[in-house]
Design a protein around this ligand. Structure first.
Ligand code: ADP
Ligand code: ADP
Length: 225
């Protein structure tokens, strides 16, 4: 995994400054949460880290490398969305293996990574199932599995729990936190849900109107809201 650094990151859409001069040093293995109301610039910031949105100003580093000009596929990061589209005709195994196959990863290596991720996610017994034979939570885990097998430098997650019902959301929160520990992963996570931010984040970035207002641990935010 790797650190992710944002220096003077700015995004303008016409006259609107969606993100203004964001400076952040996201450490290796950190679970960093962007928290703020709808429209404050969280998703735009995440998309710039992913390379899905050009910067209007500033630079982004992943590890020691300036990736500001690099296309998404050369950034070595994995994005997990709320609308986890699995391939319906493929099994769980094939869904997880597909991206690696496209990258021409050797079969034995694919097999090792898929089985390891499945083990971590508790999907070991479900590898031959099709998505329609899974629960919502299991499908969510397959989507995570697809990201994990790529062994990325960082995971980017945009409201990944928002489609789940309350009970499953609580459960998945705990699972994600455990997963973070177990993988030693760098995770950048976007949410408007304060409880999600406080229970999962190692640090929280509070955004409003495109500006970072506060960066602190959950304890720090709790004591100094
Ligand atoms: P959040 O993720 O916090 O809800 P966004 O990053 O999606 O916020 O949006 C930040 C601001 O940028 C909003 O005012 C939004 O309307 C604007 N915005 C986002 N994407 C575009 C776009 N493609 N074109 C114009 N304005 C955009
Ligand atoms: P291909 O998609 O190239 O035809 P296969 O589907 O035959 O490849 O699978 C290749 C390897 O992937 C198998 O040897 C096996 O180790 C593993 N594999 C595929 N499906 C499963 C599954 N449901 N459970 C466990 N391992 C699987």
């Amino acid at each position: 995994m790797a650190s992710v650094v944002l220096q003077h990151v700015t995004k303008r859409y016409g006259n609107v400054e969606a993100v203004h001069d964001v400076n952040l040093d996201i450490r290796d293995q950190e679970f960093l949460v962007f928290l703020g109301p709808s429209g404050c610039g969280k998703t735009t910031t995440l998309r710039m880290v992913a390379g899905l949105e050009e910067l209007s100003g500033g630079d982004i580093f992943i590890g020691d490398e300036n990736v500001s000009q690099k296309p998404p596929k050369d950034r070595d990061i994995a994005m997990v969305f709320q609308n986890y589209a699995l391939y319906p005709h493929m099994t769980v195994y094939e869904n997880m293996a597909f991206g690696l196959k496209l990258r021409k990863t050797p079969k034995s290596e694919i097999d090792r990574r898929v089985k390891e991720a499945a083990e971590i996610l508790g999907l070991g017994q479900l590898l031959s199932r099709k998505p329609k034979e899974l629960s919502g939570g299991q499908r969510q885990r397959v989507a995570l599995g697809r990201a994990i097998v790529r062994e990325p430098k960082a995971f980017l997650m945009d409201e990944p729990l928002s489609n789940l019902d309350a009970k499953l959301r609580t459960q998945t929160r705990v699972e994600l936190k455990n997963l973070h520990r177990r993988l030693g992963a760098t995770i950048i996570y976007v949410t408007h849900d304060q409880t999600e931010a406080m229970t999962m984040g190692t640090r929280i970035v509070v955004m409003r109107d495109g500006v970072v207002q506060q960066v602190d641990t959950p304890d720090g935010i709790y004591n100094n809201p």
